[in-house]
Design a protein around this ligand. Sequence first.
Ligand SMILES: NC(=O)c1ccc[n+]([C@@H]2O[C@H](COP(=O)([O-])OP(=O)(O)OC[C@H]3O[C@@H](n4cnc5c(N)ncnc54)[C@H](OP(=O)(O)O)[C@@H]3O)[C@@H](O)[C@H]2O)c1
Length: 313
Amino acid sequence: MEYVELNTKQKMPALGIGTWKSKKGEVGKAVKIALETGYRHIDCAYAYENEDEIGEILKETFDQGKIKREDIWITSKLWNIFHDPKDVQPICEKTIKDLQCGYLDLYLMHCPVCFEKRENLELFPRKDENTMSTVNIPLIETWHAMEKLVELGLVKSIGISNFTKEKIEEIYEKAKIKPVINQVENHPYLQQEELCQYCRKNGIQITAYSPLGTSDSKKEEDPSLLQDPVINEIAKKHNVSSAQILIKWQIQRGNTVIPKAVKPEHIKDNFDCQNIKLTEEDMKQIATLDRHFRFLNPLNFWNIDMYGEANKK
Ligand SMILES: NC(=O)c1ccc[n+]([C@@H]2O[C@H](COP(=O)([O-])OP(=O)(O)OC[C@H]3O[C@@H](n4cnc5c(N)ncnc54)[C@H](OP(=O)(O)O)[C@@H]3O)[C@@H](O)[C@H]2O)c1
């Protein structure tokens, strides 16, 4: 297992398993198989509505003494309706309780946008059919509340997700604790080299989400990374799957990466990517595939321009 060292000196496993859209009744089994396969990093979130089932498996694993808590990296995320500083600690505690893990290795602000918090805690409160109901809470206020979680020992480190350079600048200078991670969409069609370099320069590690092209949320007309001829050709040359090439490419670029899988054969296939070594020529060829294409753009489903200028590049 490869690890990357963060600005906190924590060692984070470069490969983790994603759990978004992993359904109830499936997610627990998937995490169990992942742990048995050798994964030591699980990417969770309140908004995935499955943390309780993951928690059952974690408890069972720790009770059996097979794997110790400190041997697993657990990430979760603060959902957009909980940006009010007074909500941050209670909702983080709920996640820790659901995951039955005692503390989190990493807690991310899920998005640089705050939604209205309604009594029924609906995750996606809408103003009308096409528009989310947002509230203006400065990101730095939420960030300061997240810093307290570190001081309280609830989380080891804090980070951000879906932040552009401009959004990072809104918090960076005033932050007492600098973000350790920016978790963003990243794959050969959206390489975000400029953002990756900016983050690295500022001690922020990139975690790549949707590294396989998010087939659970992909639209019919979207391009398919897993069927890309260049990726397929490189996979054929190494006698491995295209998914393995896409995941290993992230690790070789220095990113951490969290492919989601519930099928046992996918979970194992993705883990085995660690045995591959891409050549310089492979890396160069993959670099040519960038087309600034987002599979997940909030402009399309929330009517929120979360990426501003970065959307236009
Ligand atoms: N911070 C954020 O805002 C954010 C946003 C999106 C995602 N994420 C995180 O990133 C994770 C990954 O992103 P994602 O879920 O969008 O998509 P992804 O990992 O790019 O793709 C997941 C899809 O690929 C399939 N798959 C997995 N391994 C495969 C293999 N070896 N061969 C063929 N197909 C394979 C999965 O199938 P099966 O499941 O059927 O095995 C699933 O349909 C999420 O689960 C979540 O943890 C974070």
